[in-house]
Design a protein around this ligand. Structure first.
Ligand code: RIB
Length: 314
């Protein structure tokens, strides 16, 4: 049976451009290759889950501007249930202005718009879908009250919650310690746990700190370095895959969705880490957020070709 995933969070129109470098205050730098790409962390996670074969529902909000209907239609084309996406008359659709450096690294200014008008009531309306899901995923690009409602409802119906704590906010949602798993990068993990991450050992300490907070699974993503996972049963460093990086936008989202889908399908945490690493790596090989998110057959072929790196016990 296909995994069932509900995602709560932001839906963005991404404006992506290339630039040799970022401007200094008062300076203009010429960019190139401006492209319009569907994005948003939650939308990216939902699209990844759907492309991996999961039955996927997205809870969110778009504006009634020119972008909203296009973003919605795009999600429907991916086979995502959009019944709980509201069209907001008062706010513009979320937008992200992304500058790509020649290295493939990105700098993002995200303007939340309608995403910050997502309400806890919208989450309540999706109660049935949350109850039927294997995993409910969220990030921090919508009001934390909505994330808190997701934690509350999922907790009451026994659905596992995974949070990608990005962008880092000045507080954690209430009952964060009751969620099942979290998948921060080094910076986010340091903000949450206070552990500065410089290597695998310190990442393992941060993952342990997440467990100490009460979470079942703490995962620290290390980009090309793979991920470190802590569960009740033990800890693993799952090395990453080597790829030629074109654009890292959406890689973290592909990782988050891949990890949840793999766990929902009954893989072990270390196996799920390898699967998620492959999803994230593939997403970095293609330009843009959603155009880069991999389908199931591509992930499986990639893992076969590359031979999944052995996870090391910690
Ligand atoms: O995680 C990548 C996403 O972050 C982009 O698609 C952009 O919309 C920003 O929210």
């Amino acid at each position: 049976m296909a995994a069932r995933i509900v995602v709560l969070g932001n839906i963005n129109q991404d404006f992506v451009m290339a630039a040799e470098r970022m401007p200094q205050p008062g300076e203009t730098v010429l960019g190139s290759d401006l492209r319009f790409v569907p994005g948003g962390k939650a939308a990216n996670q939902a699209v990844t889950a759907a492309r991996l074969g999961a039955q996927t529902t997205l809870i969110g909000r778009v504006g009634s501007d020119v972008f909203g209907p296009v973003l919605l239609e795009n999600l429907r084309r991916e086979g995502i249930n959009t019944d709980f996406i509201e069209v907001d008359e008062a706010h513009a659709s979320g937008a992200a202005f992304i500058t790509l450096a020649p290295t493939g690294e990105n700098s993002i200014i995200s303007v939340p718009g309608a995403n910050f008008a997502v309400t806890p009531e919208q989450v309540t309306e999706a109660q049935e879908a949350i109850a039927e899901a294997d995993f409910a995923l969220a990030q921090f690009a919508v009001p934390l009250e909505a994330v808190e409602q997701l934690i509350e409802i999922a907790g009451s119906v026994g659905t596992r919650v995974q949070i990608d704590p990005t962008p880092v906010r000045d507080r954690l949602p209430r009952k964060f310690s009751r969620i099942f798993s979290t998948v921060p990068n080094e910076t986010e993990a340091a903000r949450i746990t206070g552990v500065q991450i410089t290597d695998v050992a310190s990442a393992a300490a941060a993952a342990s700190a997440l467990r100490d907070m009460g979470l079942q699974i703490g995962v620290i993503t290390l980009g090309a370095g793979g991920c470190v996972i802590r569960t009740e049963a033990g800890g693993w460093h799952v090395p990453g895959y080597r790829v030629t990086v074109v654009d890292t936008t959406g890689s973290g989202d592909a990782f988050a969705a891949g990890f949840a889908v793999a766990l929902a399908e009954g893989r072990t945490p270390a196996e799920a880490g390898a699967f998620a690493n492959a999803c994230g790596a593939l997403a970095a090989t293609v330009f843009g957020a959603q155009p880069s998110l991999p389908h199931r057959d591509a992930v499986e072929a990639f893992m076969q070709e590359q031979r999944a790196p052995e996870a090391a016990e910690l």
